[in-house]
Design a protein around this ligand. Structure first.
Ligand code: HEM
Length: 515
């Protein structure tokens, strides 16, 4: 390693003009003489008397994210450090938690206790955070921007840790698998471990990639696990869990969304086969899926059928407000023929197969969505303390503090509700969950997505123009503001879910309840 020189502030101050320009940022001396003309913010700003040859730390952090300084092309600009000064602003270690108040769920905050999380969860969280930071995050940023699907290399690493399998929850599909390099056993793995994965995914702030990260499989594979015939299960489950094949769920159509009973894709029996015709819309991961779990109209109801991609299956990209890394597709089935043995669950009773998936999907979205919302709270707390306006930090303004108070209260209340529901899931049988949790999960998802949009609005106001700029300081806020409506639609529209919650409560009203 090259030993960096040390300089005094007086020495740095002499380099304060075009062709000979140094600045100090957080005790580090940068030679910007040649970079000035390439600086995205222009060269003029760098020659200002308060910047050229001076300590520009405050100005720098009012305009750039710390990550700018960590990019290899910019770290090279550092020529030394200031004598007897030490850097204060350091990047977090890849497994570290943020110390910004409310940036993490309270079980991760120093000195706080939790009734739900035990040592196994904390160990697991540390390992998942490290893996996500080192392996997945760089890929997330790249794919979110270029719109390409997740690379096979990263999928292979995810599958080696069995992260994809864990995202399906606890159960028989985990049997015999080594989870996160053996840090938890399949028997020990519970819905809090799973919640941790969802939180680590959501906090990346790359909403399109969150779905590109095989979300289609999280909802497309369970019908095979729960309703497929043994031969189909033996072939498809290992292929998908090992990342060799991709699967998605194809239910929604241009004709029917939340109104599943209105589907128009048909499956007609012909000897030992189904012949499938129709179209599906908004199919997450459809662009790169090898397999489709398809909701079809049959003679007396709905039937769910497993369909491998062949020349009669066509997928076209749907351009949406989030990144096309999610692989959102319009799918056309033209006389697709599959064996009757590919039927998932009872013929004409597919609605129960579809509904059986919903609670888990919605609960998963509560986790990723709330985590994204919490990340925005962290962004706002940081920004409002480092941004100086009218000579004071932004958080010296009462109106900003009032917005922060509401944001914090929203994530903390949703977190506590979500953890309570997760605790119930850990203790209830599947049937008890269907009976008792469909309503609360619907209401909780409505609460998280609605408050998410309020937080997106508040955050955009706090960040100003940066909140609508896709790169730089406000990039996470911009991404969140643009994409938070997704969570209010996918997995059941917000209003429909709120209504479901209330209808479930009405069903359970005691017959003798009177004021
Ligand atoms: C090592 C030193 C510096 C590097 C590597 C650097 C790099 C960059 C980069 C990459 C951007 C594009 C936006 C982003 O990605 O955040 C930018 C924008 C900018 N920079 Fe710098 N910069 C440096 C120092 C400074 C300093 C000392 C100032 C002080 C005035 C400054 C003022 C600006 C301004 C005004 C913008 C435009 C910000 C905006 O559009 O919101 N930069 N800089």
């Amino acid at each position: 390693m090259v030993q960096l020189k040390t300089f005094t502030e007086e020495e740095v101050a002499k380099h304060n003009k075009e062709g000979d320009l140094w600045v100090v940022i957080d005790s580090k001396v940068y030679d910007l003489s040649r970079f000035a003309d390439l600086h995205p913010g222009g060269s003029g700003v760098l020659y200002a008397p308060s910047i050229a040859g001076q300590d520009a730390t405050k100005a720098f952090f009012g305009l750039h994210r710390h990550e700018v300084l960590l990019r290899p092309q910019y770290t090279r600009l550092q020529i030394g450090t200031i004598k007897d000064q030490e850097e204060v602003i350091k990047p977090l270690a890849s497994d570290a938690v943020s110390e910004v108040p409310y940036a993490e769920p309270s079980f991760l905050s120093k000195g706080y206790y939790s009734p739900y999380y035990i040592e196994s969860h904390r160990r697991f969280q540390k390992a998942v955070r490290k893996f996500m930071t080192e392996v997945v995050y760089p890929e997330a940023v790249k794919c979110e921007e270029n719109g390409k699907r997740i690379s096979q290399e990263v999928v292979d690493k995810l599958c080696e840790m069995n992260i994809f399998a864990m995202r399906l929850g606890k159960g028989k599909h985990l049997k015999g698998l080594t989870l996160m390099g053996g840090i938890v056993t399949p028997e020990e793995f519970d819905h809090f471990h799973e919640l941790i994965i969802n939180f680590e995914i959501g906090r990346m702030g790359t909403r399109g990639f969150v779905d590109g990260l095989l979300a289609g499989g999280v909802i497309g594979l369970p019908p095979i696990i729960n309703f497929g015939n043994p031969e189909l299960q033996a072939k498809i489950i290992p292929e998908v869990l090992s990342g060799k094949k991709y699967i998605c769920l194809a239910i929604t159509e241009a004709f029917a969304g939340s109104d599943v009973a209105g589907l128009q894709t048909t499956a007609v029996r012909d000897g030992d086969s189904w012949v499938i015709n129709g179209t599906k819309k908004w199919i997450t991961n459809g662009m790169f899926a090898d397999y489709f779990t398809v909701g079809c109209k049959t003679d007396k109801g709905l039937t769910v059928i497993f369909v491998p991609r062949d020349e009669n299956v066509e997928t076209k990209t749907i351009r949406t407000a989030y990144s096309s890394t999610a692989g959102t597709a319009y799918v056309t089935f033209s006389n697709v023929r599959v064996p009757l043995s590919y039927t998932l669950g009872p013929v004409n009773k597919g609605l129960s197969v579809i509904l059986s998936n919903f609670n888990h999907e919605r609960w998963m979205m509560c986790g990723t969505s709330l985590s994204a919302q919490r990340r925005i709270v962290e962004e706002c707390l940081k920004w409002s303390s480092q941004r100086v306006v009218f000579g004071k930090p932004l958080n010296a303004q009462a109106v900003i503090r009032a917005k922060l108070a509401n944001m914090i209260a929203r994530v903390e209340s949703a977190q506590n509700w979500l953890e309570m529901v997760t605790h119930q899931m850990n203790n209830m049988s599947y049937n008890e969950q269907s009976d008792k949790l469909a309503g609360p999960i619907g209401l909780l998802k409505q609460f998280i997505t609605r408050t998410g949009r309020e937080t997106a609005e508040d955050a955009t106001q706090i960040f100003g123009g940066r909140g609508v700029t896709a790169a730089g300081m406000g990039k996470l806020v911009e991404n969140y503001h643009r994409t938070s409506p997704y969570d209010a639609i996918l997995g059941g529209a917000e209003d429909v879910l709120g209504d479901l919650g209330v209808r479930q409560a009405m069903k359970k009203m005691p017959k003798n309840a009177r004021l």
